[in-house]
Design a binder for this molecule. Sequence first.
Ligand SMILES: C[S@@+](CC[C@H](N)C(=O)[O-])C[C@H]1O[C@@H](n2cnc3c(N)ncnc32)[C@H](O)[C@@H]1O
Length: 187
Amino acid sequence: MSSRPSNVARSRRAVELLDVQPTDRVIELGCGPGVAIAALAARAAQGFVVGVDHSAVMVEHARRRNKAAVKTHRVRLVQGPVETLSIDGGPFDAAIAINTIGMWPDPPARLRDIARLLRPGGRIALVGQPRRPGATAADSETVGRDLVGLLSEAGIEHVRTEMLDLNPPAAWVLGRTPRAALDDQRD
Ligand SMILES: C[S@@+](CC[C@H](N)C(=O)[O-])C[C@H]1O[C@@H](n2cnc3c(N)ncnc32)[C@H](O)[C@@H]1O
């Protein structure tokens, strides 16, 4: 499902906008079959990319798609739920989650967990594209507003939105972790 051409275009465009640098450490949550992981690893050529997904089937797809980078330890794939994130290799420079956050329990709590994996000022991007038949650009705007709300609720700062020119558009929302720790907001 997630390797449909429209989903591939969404993942690649979402990664382009994240402005990944060659030495960046990046984590993707709900990585599905690893399309964005491949695009992230191509950019973070001297860095490190971690993909997390709770589906064993998806992790296996991602592993096959990123076989060479997994072999050279530039990509690590972790099977498990975002609810119990325990990831070595940080702090990360950036995190991304594409069309998955709506499936998570307590998204603001999960976003605070993710923020703790990032360096201060690290980037966190959420992408949402309405998938129901007949979805319109207005639906995408609503998705974007919801994502902005989630990031703000999680204490993520400097939030901005772009619309990816897809059909329907995908909302791409970026924020930065605060320079001070989020520990006092731990729940
Ligand atoms: C619609 S797919 C999107 C996959 C990929 N991000 C993309 O855009 O192609 C959602 C993915 O999120 C994963 N997922 C959903 N809930 C999750 C959770 N609580 N923890 C980890 N992964 C989750 C699913 O297994 C699935 O691979």
